[in-house]
Each structure stands twice: as structure tokens, then as C-alpha cells.
Ligand binder design. Structure first.
Ligand SMILES: Nc1ncnc2c1ncn2[C@@H]1O[C@H](COP(=O)(O)OP(=O)(O)O)[C@@H](O)[C@H]1O
Ligand SMILES: O=C(CO)[C@@H](O)[C@H](O)COP(=O)(O)O
Length: 477
């Protein structure tokens, strides 16, 4: 390793499918080492938090000597997951993940009990989908009361990992406002836990972590870990908030992230509160806001279609009349938790490549419907969409976004923007600076820009009609 220009920091992205770790030079943003280790997710969309911890250790270990010179670390994690810990800090059961829709009945009940969608949006910024932690806790209490009774601490995925890094016990846990805003029990109006909502779901506020303020540390690295003892641990945040930090995002710039989840978001200076529930009104990882819409079916759903068709994921073909709504896991945007995948419009001439293209179209269509809703009214419609996440490396994904959005698309050269955002958060803490400003100096959003093409209105109209006409099928349990 060449001598770095500044102190080194470690940024971690603990996402659905894997943990990625980057060691970054704070002076330049150069990635000097990287590591990655996979996660196992059950068919029920559960994951063992201890496995995330082992994956984090493995990914950091792969970074070699550079990680052992780091001066600060931060962890970004998949949002919303319900981690329940016993008195010794061990998971009571596997974590229920963001893409598990089992808690849809509890969600429906909770919305009614609090006075309807508008009241939820007013208090928490969001109408909770079954992804949110509050609905999962309600599910656990109803379906596994012994597990709920044994719980002595409730954490989000990044809180759990930050707690393992700092050695905080079940009473000393921390979180940040960004990830807390996806729980459903943190009020974006008051920036504090909503005791009325917690009372409704029977959760003692003492079981929740302290929300660390912008620029405050969560603690320092404890003894015996794969990082230097005593280095600073930043607050960490949710993976989408970290993606925004990693891009040094300014208001008016839309991001489309293509991973296990599809997300579309922008930063905003105004607190979002969408009573339709399409946009989740998250806080960002600093002092602003992150209106975001999320789909449950993105890269993995389209890859599944490629596998079923026996095709490479890039083997798409244009034309034809096929429509695919690839809602293999149920769907969050649109709000169809019981949906299954739907294929329509096949004729003898339809090729496998056209069906695959239709699967890309269906996944991108669901996200683009929310694009204008996450942007402030003053946003410039000519601003390119920033395409990130594993899918941004694929030509078929990029071209589908161009064709269905009619906007220019920019693909940042830096990959792993979530881990880079965590690194910017660690660097910001170390240097006493705003993390997004650090990332802007690292020029993380630089990359090729692809000009706008005419929007494929015909394909969009076909998808729109299929969604409306199939409504009853898509709502069937
Ligand atoms: N070259 C590529 N072309 C298209 N898709 C890709 C490529 N490389 C990875 N992917 C997709 O990226 C996904 C993983 O993205 P990532 O953002 O790392 O996921 P997550 O953060 O949800 O764990 C995989 O499901 C895979 O389909
Ligand atoms: O639920 C959401 C956002 O609200 C998801 O975006 C999760 O945060 C999981 O992200 P990935 O594993 O796809 O990165």
C-alpha cells in the first residue's frame, strides 16, 4: 500500500445480501483496500444478526493492514430490520428484514388505531408499510409472544453492529436519526421517540437505543476486534442515508438505487409527510430529510426472471407486447403486500428476451412512478438521475431507466456508495466536518453521463393499464 495522504477510515455497508468494507484515505477519498462477505437470508426473509457480525469481521479482515491503521469507522445497514436482544446482548431470534411482508395485517390495524394514514404521516413522516420495524414488533408480540417477552433491547441492523463494535451492552445502545426515522416509532415532527405509538405496540422505550446527534460519536472500538482498539466509531445510519452521504447529495438531485431493494430518493430541506404512503418521509444522516420510495422487487426479481428463462441478465430484446409486474416478494410501491408476479400480453411471437426486458421495465416503472414525488417542486427536470447500487453496473438496467424516465442518467464511477458514505461519516467525525461536504471533495459522484432519450410512453401505458386491470389479482392473499 502506498503511503496515504491523510488518516484512513473504514466504511461498512451491511446490506441484505452481503457486508462490504472499504478503507478510505480521508485526504483524497481513494479506496485503499476493500473486502466483502455474503449473508444468508432465509425464505422467510430472516437473517441471523450474529452472522452479519461475522461477515463484518471477515470483510474488514480482507482489507488487510490498511484496516489496522484506521482512525475511525462507521457502519451503514439495511433499514428497518427488527433485531431483538436478550439480557446478554444475544439475538432472541433471527432479525425480521425490511422485505418481509408478514406484518401486513398488523400494519393495517396500526394505521386504523392511530387515526389513519394522514395522522401517521403527520407524526412520523411516513405511513408505515409492513417493512417498518413497528409493524414487525407488533407481529412478533402477536405471533411469538415468548420471544417478545424475552427481549431486553430492540435494535436496527446498524445499531446492533455499532453496539458490537463499541462493546455497548443492552443498556448503552445508540442509533441515528436517519435509521430511527424508518422505525415507525420515532417522530420526525418532534425528533424523539413517540411514546404514544410505543404504548400502542407495548414496547418499553427503555429497550430502545439513544439517538446520537449529528457529528457526535457513538463510542470507540472495544478490545479484541479486527480494528485498532479505541478508534472513533461514528453514529452509522441506514444504507440509503449513507448512499446520500456517499454522493455528497444536494437537494434537487434524484438518486435511483438498484439493489435487492429499488429505491428512489433525494435530499430535501423540508420535512416530508406524504399521506398517500408512497413516499417514506425519512430523516437524513445529518440535519435534513430524505424522502424515499422503495420497491421490494428489483435486481433479485429480474435476475430470477433471467434464470427462469435460461438467459444471461443482459440478453434482453426490444419490442413486443409482454408486460411483467415482477412482484415476487409482494410489493411495497405500489402497496401490494400480498401480490405475486404477473406476466401478461404473451403471443406466439414473444421471445424470451422480450419477456426479460418486460421484467426490467416492470421493476423500473414501479420506481419511476415515485420519482417526481421525492423531488421538491423547484427541482430541475433536466437534472440527471444518479444511478447507483449493484444494478447500476448493468447495461440493461441503465438503458431501461433512460428509456422509461426520458431523463439523462449519470453513473458514478465509484461503486459501493453506501460504504463510501459510511466512510465519509467516519471522516466527518474525525475531521469535525459535515460528511456530505467531505464526500463532495472526494468527487464521488463523478462518472459518465448518458443523455436523455424519448420516453417510451407506449410501454409505460401498457404497464399502467396492467396494474389497474390486475388490481384484484394483485391484492389476493
Ligand atoms: N454487472 C451487473 N449487472 C447487473 N446487475 C448486477 C451486476 N453486478 C451485480 N448486479 C446486481 O446487484 C445486486 C446486488 O446489489 P447491491 O446493491 O450490492 O445489493 P444489496 O445492497 O441489496 O445487498 C445483485 O442482486 C445483482 O443482481
Ligand atoms: O427498506 C428499504 C428502504 O426503506 C431498503 O432499501 C433497505 O434499506 C434494504 O436495502 P438493500 O439491502 O437493498 O441495500
Amino acid at each position: 500500500m502506498a503511503a496515504p495522504d491523510g488518516p484512513l477510515v473504514v466504511g461498512v455497508d451491511s446490506s441484505t445480501q452481503s457486508t462490504k468494507a472499504l478503507v478510505v484515505d480521508t485526504a483524497t477519498g481513494a479506496v485503499v483496500a476493500r473486502g466483502q462477505a455474503p449473508h444468508v437470508v432465509t425464505d422467510e426473509h430472516d437473517s441471523d444478526p450474529e452472522q452479519w457480525w461475522r461477515a463484518l469481521a471477515e470483510a474488514v479482515d480482507q482489507c488487510g493492514p490498511a484496516a489496522r491503521q484506521a482512525a475511525a469507522v462507521s457502519v451503514a445497514g439495511q433499514q428497518h430490520g427488527l433485531v431483538t436482544l436478550d439480557a446478554d446482548g444475544r439475538p432472541v431470534r433471527n432479525a425480521l428484514l425490511w422485505n418481509d411482508t408478514r406484518s401486513a395485517p398488523q400494519r393495517d390495524r396500526l394505521i386504523d388505531e392511530l387515526g389513519g394514514p394522514a395522522e401517521w404521516a403527520r407524526r412520523t413522516g411516513s405511513v408505515p408499510p409492513p417493512s417498518f420495524t413497528v409493524t414487525k414488533w407488533a407481529w412478533l408480540r402477536e405471533n411469538e409472544p415468548r420471544a417478545a417477552a424475552a427481549t431486553r433491547a430492540v435494535r436496527l441492523p446498524h445499531d446492533y453492529l455499532t453496539g458490537r463494535l463499541t462493546g455497548q451492552g443492552v443498556h448503552g445502545g445508540t442509533t441515528d436519526r436517519g435509521d430511527a426515522s424508518g422505525s415507525g416509532w420515532w417522530s420526525t415532527a418532534t425528533e424523539s421517540y413517540d411514546e404514544h405509538i410505543l404504548g400502542r405496540v407495548g414496547l418499553d422505550p427503555d429497550l430502545l437505543p439513544r439517538v446520537v446527534g449529528a457529528g457526535e460519536p457513538a463510542g470507540t472500538v472495544a478490545k479484541g476486534l479486527p480494528l485498532p482498539e479505541g478508534i472513533l466509531v461514528a453514529a452509522g445510519t441506514g444504507d440509503n442515508m449513507a448512499g446520500a452521504l456517499g454522493l455528497g447529495l444536494a437537494p434537487g438531485r434524484p438518486v435511483l438505487s438498484l439493489g435487492t431493494s429499488g429505491t428512489v430518493y433525494a435530499v430535501s430541506e423540508q420535512r416530508p409527510a406524504d399521506p398517500s404512503g408512497i413516499v417514506s418521509g425519512f430523516a437524513d444522516a445529518w440535519r435534513g430529510w430524505l424522502p424515499l420510495a422503495c420497491t421490494l422487487n428489483c435486481t433479485q426479481a429480474v435476475d430470477r426472471f433471467a434464470t427462469l428463462l435460461g438467459l444471461d441478465r443482459e440478453a434482453t430484446e426490444p419490442g413486443g407486447s409482454a408486460v411483467v409486474l415482477p412482484f415476487l416478494d409482494g410489493e411495497r410501491t405500489p402497496d401490494l403486500p400480498y401480490a405475486t408476479g404477473l406476466v401478461h400480453g404473451l403471443v406466439h411471437a414473444t421471445s424470451g428476451g422480450q419477456v426479460l426486458q418486460a421484467a426490467y421495465d416492470g421493476a423500473v416503472f414501479a420506481l419511476l412512478r415515485a420519482l417526481d414525488l421525492v423531488l421538491d417542486d423547484s427541482a430541475d427536470p433536466g437534472e440527471p438521475i444518479l444511478l447507483i447500487g449493484g444494478g447500476a453496473r448493468g447495461t440493461a438496467w441503465r438503458e431501461t431507466v433512460r428509456r422509461l424516465s426520458g431523463r439523462p442518467v449519470k453513473v458514478p464511477r465509484a461503486d459501493e456508495l453506501v460504504a463510501l458514505g459510511a466512510a465519509a461519516q467516519a471522516a466527518g467525525l474525525l475531521l469535525g466536518r459535515a460528511p456530505a461536504a467531505v464526500a463532495r471533495e472526494w468527487d464521488t459522484a463523478a462518472g459518465p453521463e448518458y443523455p436523455a432519450v424519448a420516453r417510451d410512453e407506449e410501454a409505460l401505458a401498457r404497464l399502467d393499464a396492467a396494474l389497474t386491470d390486475a388490481d384484484a389479482l394483485l391484492r389476493r392473499r
